[in-house]
Write a protein that binds this ligand. Sequence first.
Ligand code: DGT
Ligand code: CA
Ligand code: CA
Length: 364
Amino acid sequence: METRIVFHIDFDYFYAQCEEIRTPELKSKPVCVCVFSDRGGDSGAIATANYTARKYGVKSGMPIMFAKKRLEEKKDAVFLPVDFDYYIEMSEKAMEIMKKNADVFEYVGKDEAYLDVTKRVEGNFQKASHLAQQIKNSIREKTKLSCSIGISPNKLISKIASDFQKPDGLTIVSPEKVDIFLEPLTIRKIPGIGKKTENRFSEMNLKTIEDLKKMDIFTLNKEFGRKSGTFIYNAVRGIDNEPVKEKEDSIQYSKIVTLKKDSKEYQFLSENLIELCKEVHDVVKKNNRMFKSIGIHFVQSDLSNKSKSRMLRNPTANLEELQKNVDQLLKEALENQTLTIRRLGVKVTELSEVKGQSDITSYF
Ligand code: DGT
Ligand code: CA
Ligand code: CA
């Protein structure tokens, strides 16, 4: 297989940066963007914060109350509610520029995307670096947004590389530099390796990607199962053959509510989910879409997140099928549920258009 050139582009402190662009006076202050829950007061979580606020230890997902505590002596700290419509508008403008500069464009989320640019830069990393700089410049001209770009032969390394020199970074990892780049990094830098896996490795005294290369595939498979074992074995060697795939934009349909009370009781949660399914289904129907992936999402009493999803064999737009799957996911999720649940959500993704009028009746 020929060497690919893949970009991962990620906007810096995205929601907070959007707020700074709208209100430039904010730039010198700590800025926290908050998801206030419908329970009122300071109840809710930090979506993100600018780098000034991060210096005081403010992090995504943290309760608003904690962030206020951390910024107590900073009288100029600003706490703003999220404004998704505005962020999406900013995101769409920037994504347009990326799309125009890619052979294949893969939307990942409001603030990140993969671009395969192999053809247009003729497999040349020098040219790729120029193209990346141009993309950064046009995004800044059109939207004022700064972003960080990782360039490498695959999605995995590019994702790690875009995070390597934030903000406003550009990190190029050409094929011959892959090992030198990866080896000193902690294993946590590999997307998909979370705290739990990290802890298991650190019990074995393995901290860096270089350390992990000592593990053979059999031991890894035995420890983590074949799927994760193989993933880790390849990842530490910088191997990732996932193609950059064109995806239907952004769009995922989701609804989330704050529950009347924290709970982990099946009946109560199930009733709420039935309602959420109806609401999601209404949007799906209105947009004449089918979905192939279904997920549920918990925000737990300590504000940590938990989600479960499943892929259907075939796309559907059927409400009963949605509810049935959601119910199944709920049962699975509750099997080892210790914390109570505070907010509850349903989402559908992997959307496609319902084609052909005559078919529609059979879908709904
Ligand atoms: P970065 O990329 O490290 O400069 O900072 P962000 O804020 O762009 O972080 P990133 O890329 O992980 O997330 C993109 C946006 O997604 C972020 O601006 C807000 C949102 N987000 C991230 N984490 C959370 C979270 O835990 N809760 C909520 N509600 N939103 C989040
Ligand atoms: Ca980001
Ligand atoms: Ca991101």
